[in-house]
Design a protein around this ligand. Structure first.
Ligand code: FAD
Length: 444
């Protein structure tokens, strides 16, 4: 205890991805853990419509699940993604393998399945779960934190973990009255989910072991495979303007847009128009904020402190990585949560700020560059150099998705590699010019 309620008496707000994983890790430390979630229990069949249905799990997430002893249970529900199939606007297909070795594959898993594995694991670790409990307010005090729920319930805890997503109530209440930075940026694009039925065996247009991307002028579709060989697609479009969601309200308008921008989707998804018109439109937000904690009593995890656009597939992976890093900080500062939380933010914030930039940049890459021959040649060259030089040349994408190199370090390394490549190219060109000059002087 630290002059009040025991700091090992923890309330986690949000039973999404990071909240459940952190609850498991804290329960294993012997903490008393209660989790409060505004939704009903997803294990009882309630849907989660409109939220990305499946997610790409990469090395950071895999590492965190392994750390919690849950990897095998999650992989039992996952589909491998060995590369990217690009559906070009002219109907051609391109394929880019993810890496140079077999362990460089991503896994696609349903958010629901993942959440269920995590909730079951939390419960078996002794965590008390409360659903239909929406946090409305939080009173900070040095000795304890008081949580007030919308149904009138009041709960006291020694420590509060805010894992309540991009629009976190814990964050807002924790930072109220404190010197704090908060920056929220909405992308002027939104998204809708599309279900794509399993294709015929061997049909590369619906290959169940690849991520699929349809880059288009003014639009983008990304689809992940499911374990039953179907795909779940997400269509990203501007929210307003011609060809944006606001203008696409009739079957004719939607059909014309799909045929013009994503011609092979109509064959793959016969009811694409009906699906489009019946799905809600989701919004995408980047959040940068500080501080992430308050006096050793409150700390934030995942989207609550660093929501990013989904275009690098790292939101969940980085949220899981937060849990491992915070767990390590608690190892080193078991009796001093203020020190643990300060160390966690100091280690982590610069990395997640870089991730926010990379995620925004990858939007442009997926949308505009995937169909550019020059860009594709550069990607191939990156992989070839990696094959040739091994660990001395690792493409940025590989470092982000297939390693746990901190995000900021990965970016620095990639810039150094690019500078070396530019230097080598200049040196080679200079040597070539010198040679031509000498040969011409010798009259050869
Ligand atoms: P969440 O998983 O959002 O959990 C927050 C929980 O808090 C929810 O259960 C919510 O109901 C609950 N809650 C909120 N407010 C309250 C309250 N007041 N009281 C009680 N409970 C509350 N990431 C990847 O790594 N790979 C991907 O492929 C990927 N694809 C994506 C595709 C799309 C279209 C989108 C939108 C996101 C994608 N992400 C992906 C990002 C990923 O979904 C998030 O980063 C991840 O869910 C963050 O986990 P979290 O635990 O911080 O928050």
């Amino acid at each position: 205890a630290s002059g009040g309620r025991d700091i090992r008496d923890v309330a986690v707000v949000g039973a999404g991805l990071s909240g459940c994983l952190m609850a498991v890790l804290l329960a294993r430390r012997g903490y008393r853990v209660r989790v409060f979630e505004r939704r009903p229990d997803p294990r009882l069949g309630a849907g989660d419509e409109g939220r990305s249905i499946n997610l790409g799990l990469s090395q950071r997430g895999i590492n965190a699940l392994r750390h919690a002893g849950l990897l095998d249970r999650v992989l039992a529900h996952a589909a491998p993604m060995r590369g990217r199939v690009v559906h070009l606007p002219d109907g051609d297909l391109g394929y880019h393998p993810y890496g140079t070795s077999d362990d460089q594959i991503l896994r696609s898993v349903l958010r629901h399945d993942l959440n269920v594995v995590l909730l079951d694991a939390a419960e078996s670790a002794g965590v008390a779960l409360r659903f239909d409990a929406r946090l409305a307010d939080l009173d900070k005090a040095d000795g304890a934190v008081t949580l007030r729920f919308e149904d009138g319930a009041v709960v006291e805890a020694g420590t509060v973990i805010g894992a309540d997503g991009a629009f976190s109530t814990v964050r807002a209440r924790m930072q109220r009255g404190e010197p704090a930075d908060y920056h929220q940026e909405f992308l002027p694009w939104g998204y809708k989910e599309l279900s794509i039925a399993a294709g015929a065996p061997g049909d590369r247009r619906a290959d169940p072991e690849s991520l699929h991307v349809w880059p288009a002028d003014g639009g983008l579709v990304v689809a992940h495979p499911n374990a039953d060989r179907s795909l779940t697609g997400t269509i990203f479009l501007p929210l307003t303007g011609p060809g944006g969601f606001d203008a696409l309200r009739t079957p004719d308008a939607v059909r014309a847009m799909i045929t013009a921008r994503f011609p092979d989707l109509t064959g793959l998804v016969p009811d694409v128009v009906e699906q489009f018109l019946s799905q809600p439109t989701g919004h995408l937000v980047t959040v940068r904020t500080a501080p992430w904690h308050w006096r050793g009593r409150v700390v934030l995890l995942g989207d609550a402190c660093h929501a990013v656009y989904p275009f690098y597939g790292q939101g969940m992976n980085s949220a899981f990585e937060d849990c491992v890093i915070l767990d390590g900080c608690l190892d080193r500062n078991a009796a001093d949560h203020a020190a643990a939380f300060a160390e966690y933010q100091a280690i982590r914030k610069a990395d997640t700020d870089v991730l926010a930039d990379l995620s925004a940049a990858n939007f442009v890459e997926l949308r505009d560059r995937l169909s550019s021959p020059l860009f594709l040649a550069r990607k191939k060259a990156d992989l070839a150099l990696n094959r040739l030089l091994g660990r001395r040349w690792v493409p940025l994408y590989t470092m982000i998705s297939h390693t746990t190199t901190p995000y900021a370090e990965a970016l620095r390394r990639s810039r150094r590699q690019n500078a070396t490549l530019a230097w080598l190219a200049c040196a080679t060109a200079a040597a070539g010019t010198l040679l031509i000059h000498r040969l011409s002087r010798q009259g050869k």
